[in-house]
Design a protein around this ligand. Sequence first.
Ligand code: SF4
Length: 465
Amino acid sequence: MRKDIAVPQGELESARLAAERINNNLDGRKPTYYIETYGCQMNEHDSEKIAGILERCGYVPAADKAAANIIFFNTCCVRDHAEKKVFGNIGALKKVKDENPSLIIGVCGCMMQQKEVADKLFKRFPYLDMVFGTNELHMLPNLLEKVLNGERIELVRQMDGEIAEGLPVKRIDSVSQFVTIMYGCNNFCSYCIVPYVRGRERSRSVESIVNEVKDLAANGVKEITLLGQNVNSYYSEDDNADFPALLRAVCKVDGIERVRFMTSHPKDLSDGLIAAMAEEEKVCPHIHLPVQSGSDRILKLMNRHYDCERYFTVVDKLKAAVPGVELTTDIIVGFPGETEEDFEATLDMVEKIGYSAAYTFKYSPRTGTKAATMDEQISEEVKKERLKRLNDTVAKGLKAGSEKYIGQEGEVLVEGCDHRGETMAYGKLPCFKMVYFKGDESMIGSLRCVRITGITKNSLVGELI
Ligand code: SF4
């Protein structure tokens, strides 16, 4: 059962007063914060919430780490060597903290949801002021106040069904924004640590999501991406709404021109979602559909709950219902027990599907997951060699896939400008292809029609029509 929780306004004010009292020796300057973020979009968005809370407590962004009064590391436990990197970063701050004892150092994020890692970090670095997990974000004002009053804090809890609503958010200025619709994951893919650190699935209500999207639209945002570990299993009990229903509700928000979502699990991609993608004009013709492997045997060992036939079936349905739909994916090479034959099946799948981008990884064991203890771990050398072959295959398909756009026209939502050499505006077509064309800053945030004239390694080149 979902339980919505919020930051008590009194705690925000109390933390602001504590920060003001402690930082009153800054010669009238406001105290500053710096956040270093690792990992996925979910973490990026959590950092926007940390920034939002800190700004409500009177802090302003620091130009860099050296200029900050408070430094946060928002960690991720999914990637390789992440732990080593975080420990190295905290270690490197010892001298800075010795010279400036009032500096506050905090570590948060999903790596800290692993209690043993949080304990180790907290013990090893006595000058670290606070450690908390992803489930404690709404408690940050209270934790900050305690730290400002001289306490050291370590707080990591498992959360069941709770969702923190209404946290202040400091969004990076952009026409395109992320909106988290659910937290956690129930799937337990055998290589993945996420369900252990982010807990079981819990979905926000349709009303709170739609209200957030309305606020964004009122602030000039034109494109939103609905985020979750597996958006296809979104379900709000209060509204009896599944993901296609949510998607349709979000499309009704005036001012929002494009709606995207990620990530989709192939086992849960329903006909209802394909119909919503086909019928709702604002839903972009792009889907991120991680395949992970093209071998049924490996998919079973990965506990993915689909086989290649199911994957091809949903892709065929998508392509038939949504003309021009582009697919992107995630693939792991060198999963324990992966034979040359299994790997070639993956290459074959990549060639057949024709992805417009693939995020490819060498398998690396995560302590606490089933795959980490499997026999037949693959050598680093073999993984490296397979990754290279896979990337070559993806690149070949990408080139062919991009070339078909030459001569076509499409609408680009301009995200920014690249000033290296001639100023080029850039933004995405609805199908997620990035396009660069001659332009300037005044175009940012607008929709522009372009004709595609060429391709680069990962993008398209165009001209304004
Ligand atoms: S679906 Fe699998 S890979 Fe994705 S977060 Fe859940 S357990 Fe991890």
